[in-house]
Design a protein around this ligand. Structure first.
Ligand code: 73E
Length: 842
């Protein structure tokens, strides 16, 4: 029935209510309004930054209307919801994305122009929200976009770090320098709503005393406040605007008045500082678990972050569930919780604690609820990345959770393993939640795996590896059906429409379908296939690639003052620096190419196709070998780019401070991109999908999602090389026990290494530790793959000679990338895991 109007005169309320700005004149009105009131400025003293702020505030108003309606609607309908817990959300910029999703880009462009500004300039004013390290954080951001676009009731939960991923500078010697990223320092962030009224207390330390009824009393220690900030996530061409709730830590009481009154100011603010520290900075290590790379205190702070965030999120989820007034036995019918890697695994013991200690639910029932609510995604099988926490630290910081973890071991793991594999003590030790040693450690992947309904990997090969390596025992124990695959995806809104507007327009024109349709049904790209045969279409396709190259060249020119040869093939490798990703293989290949060019006659060189190689990526601040790789790239680039013999044919750039926004310029410009991890090490990769969606061809190993991309676009449209996953273990064994010198195994590579040692790129000694990783163990198999890598790049050169055929490959690649939309991925999660359905806001 019709609801009663809650207060005052309904007519007055209705008259006062505004709607989303949809035409140019309401857009300009709203912008001018914000200039005058929110910013207290005028046309006379308004710069690009001010104009951006006013325009952003105007879009913010639109988003708030949709967001509000969406949240109301979800609350009224009370559908089952899914919660995506991720310690990282690598959102990048929001302004352009919001305008495109709202379908208001043209109106704003026109409005902004009328006010005397240039839209592109305004877009450049926004700082990236860089609350993530790389693929894992960007995946979370793509999934939020897809959830909203598919009208699914999904919320994200994360942390509102004061400092995002560090900014990268490159010193004159070619070394990475780190600088803080105070992304919020510019004043108010228009994309978030501070919800100072939504807050929870989170406890650390103290004592946990078991009570006779099975509950425990956790008391004392330190209490801090978690305060909510809601980030609006607009869906594409829908009113649905979802929520990303980020927590900020605050001291529970301003400061300690006893110390203050006694004149001890340092102690007075100590506890308030330590509370604020929890959400102050994103940890910049990907693929290394905290205890191997950081100090004891740094370790503790990371664990504090994880608990602070899971505790606040669960308190919020439980409170929302209680508001609908159902019994806890129905919790899994209303709530699904997805763990993005093991970082939020404490959600399992925390939900147990809430159910047992606060809701007085018996242990077995609580365990049932937890294991029907929680889902776990694994993102890596690299041993050094598997999270483990020292038992003494866990006991000290989270005494009640340590008890619960021991209980899970005692009541779940031990009896059922014993029942299924009687007397198999080795198996029990392998599977235990606690690893023996000094100190003992809690294995978070085991806890995540045992305490949930479904486990998935992020590409077919990776999901198989999860089942046959790190969680093998658990598959034998729990059966195959709990373990599955959801291949990652990327949002075509940001990674095609936003970053490559010309290509998007050409696609709409060619398919004769509005982008609001095909952007949400990406398999429609298949309709481009026949046009590969259309010479006129190919010309347009190639012209767009060319303009994107020029756009990148312009960017490099204005930011770094370097001139880029836009007639060359653009060859791009952009990702976190890591030995397993093998940027080293790439730069060694570049040097090999340089040496080859140097030996050619002038006539021979005439036949060579010019190439520009781009690198970008950050190294974890404590990762010595990765930093040395950057140094080699920068110094090799300096020498190679300065050589008049080869300069027209080969140049190399390391673009500092890689970011989402930089990726948006680089990706549409690539002819080829490199995804060359040692087989079996890159779980999925997602930039590979972005490049291919934009018509760049893939050079890569048979690894991660490369495999499925090749299946989709056709193997003749990718350049594969290198050993396959099953060979890797044997090769590593041989390297350990029957080492063969590089000179014998791979003479071409040996020559490259010698040139570097010999000082071709500055003091050779500097690079010895890096070169020795190859000469000695060569764990990532550079010597094994080098020749076939060079072979693949020769194939690329061959193929590029036939320009028309190359463009056909490019078109066919884009046309076959529909599968890799994050809409497909999020619908798989929604249907097969979470059992949630779209809830459209009308
Ligand atoms: O292959 C990528 C994958 O595409 C994988 O390396 C990355 O996740 C992407 C999205 O699924 C990833 N990041 C981390 N582990 N895997 C990680 C580990 C610790 C801290 C931060 C990130």
């Amino acid at each position: 029935g019709k609801e009663k109007w809650p207060r005052g005169d309904e007519k007055v309320w209705k008259e006062g209510s505004r709607s989303v700005n949809t035409d140019v004149s309401s857009v300009t009105k709203s912008i001018v309004n914000h200039v005058q009131t929110s910013l207290a400025r005028q046309a006379y003293n308004l710069d690009n930054l001010g104009a951006y702020q006013a325009a952003a505030l105007s879009v913010r108003d639109d988003l708030i209307l949709n967001w509000n309606e969406t949240q109301m609607h979800y609350t009224r309908k009370a559908p089952k919801r899914a919660y995506y817990l991720s310690l990282e959300f690598l959102m990048g910029r929001t302004f352009d994305n919001a305008l495109l999703n709202l379908g208001l880009k043209d109106q704003y462009r026109e409005g902004v122009t009328k006010l005397g500004f240039n839209m592109e300039d305004l877009l450049e004013q926004e700082r990236d929200a860089a609350l993530g390290n790389g693929g894992l954080g960007r995946l979370a951001a793509c999934y939020l976009d897809s959830s909203a676009s598919q009208e699914l009731p999904v919320w994200g939960y994360g942390l509102r770090y004061q400092y995002g991923i560090f900014q990268q500078l490159i010193s004159p010697e070619g070394q990475q320098l780190e600088q803080p990223d105070p992304w919020l320092a510019g004043g108010e962030n228009p994309w978030e709503l501070p919800r100072l009224d939504v807050s929870y207390e989170v406890r650390f330390y103290g004592t946990a005393e078991r009570l006779p009824d099975g509950r425990a009393l956790w008391q004392g220690g330190q209490e801090v406040l978690a305060v909510a900030y809601d980030v609006m996530v607009p869906g594409c061409y829908t009113k649905n605007t979802n929520n990303l709730r980020l927590w900020e830590s605050k001291p529970k009481r301003g400061f300690d008045l006893n110390s203050f009154n006694a004149g001890d100011y340092e102690h007075a603010v100590e506890s308030s500082n330590s509370a604020a520290a929890i959400t102050s900075v994103l940890y910049p290590n990907d693929h290394t678990c905290a205890q191997s790379s950081i100090s004891t205190l740094g370790k503790e702070l990371r664990l504090k972050q994880q608990y602070f965030w899971t505790a606040a999120s669960l308190a919020d989820i439980v409170r929302r569930f209680k508001n609908i007034g159902k019994p806890f036995s129905e919790f899994p019918d209303y709530v699904a919780i997805q763990l993005n890697d093991t970082h939020p695994t404490l959600a399992i013991p925390e939900l147990m604690r809430i159910l047992i200690d606060e809701e007085e639910i018996p242990w077995g029932k609580a365990w049932d609820i937890v294991t029907n609510t929680v889902f776990y995604t694994n993102h890596t099988v690299l041993p050094e990345a598997l999270e483990k926490w020292p038992v003494p630290l866990m006991e000290h910081l989270l005494p009640r959770h340590m008890q619960i973890i021991y209980d899970i071991n005692l009541y779940v793991v031990e009896p059922s393993v014993e029942k299924k594999f009687p007397g198999d003590r080795d198996r029990l030790a392998r599977m235990s939640l606690i690893e023996e040693g000094f100190p003992k450690q809690v294995r978070m992947a085991h806890l995540a795996c045992i305490g949930n309904r479904k486990v998935n990997g992020v590409a077919e090969l990776h999901s198989d590896l999860v089942k046959t390596t790190i969680l093998k025992d658990f598959v034998e124990f729990e059966g195959q059906s709990k373990f599955s695959n959801v291949t990652n995806g990327i949002t075509p809104r940001r990674w095609l429409d936003q970053c490559n507007p010309e290509l998007s327009a050409l696609i709409s024109k060619t398919l004769k379908v509005d982008k609001s349709v095909w952007l949400k049904d990406l398999d429609m790209l298949k309709g481009l296939l026949p046009y590969a045969e259309d010479a006129e279409f190919r010309k347009e396709w190639a012209a767009i690639k060319q303009r994107n190259k020029e756009r990148l060249a312009h960017h490099v020119e204005t930011t770094l003052g370097l001139t880029v040869n836009t007639n060359a093939m653009f060859d791009v490798q952009i990702k976190r620096l890591h030995e397993y990703k093998r940027q080293t293989l790439n730069i060694l290949g570049v040097i090999h190419r340089y040496l080859t060019l140097k030996q050619m006659s002038a006539a021979e060189r005439k036949k060579v196709n010019p190439r520009v190689v781009f690198f970008a990526g950050k190294a974890a601040p404590g990762y010595y070998i990765a930093k040395l790789t950057i140094r080699l790239i920068v110094n090799a680039a300096r020498i190679i780019n300065a050589d008049p013999d080869t300069r027209n044919l080969l140049t190399v750039y390391f673009l500092p401070d890689y970011s989402v926004s930089l990726a948006e310029v680089l990706i549409p410009s690539s002819d080829i991109s490199q995804h060359i991890s040692t087989a079996g090490t890159e779980a999925s990769g997602t930039s590979n999908m972005k490049f291919c969606l934009n018509g760049g061809l893939l050079v890569g190993t048979v690894d991660g999602a490369n495999i499925e991309i090749a299946e989709a676009v056709g193997e003749n449209n990718v350049f594969f090389f290198g050993h396959l996953t099953p060979a890797v273990e044997d090769l590593r064994y041989q390297h350990m026990y029957h080492p063969v010198p590089v000179e014998e195994k791979c003479p071409a590579l040996a020559k490259v290494l010698d040139k570097i040692s010999g000082g071709m790129f500055g003091d050779g000694g500097v690079y010895e530790p890096l070169l020795n990783t190859i000469r000695q163990n060569d764990y990532y198999l550079i010597t094994e793959d080098f020749d076939s890598y060079i072979g693949a790049l020769e194939m690329v050169d061959q193929a590029y000679l036939d320009k028309e055929e190359w463009i056909k490959k490019s078109i066919r690649t884009t046309a076959n990338m529909g599968k890799f939309s994050s809409d497909r991925a999020i619908l798989e999660y929604a249907e097969s895991f979470w059992s949630i359905e779209p809830v459209k806001v009308t």
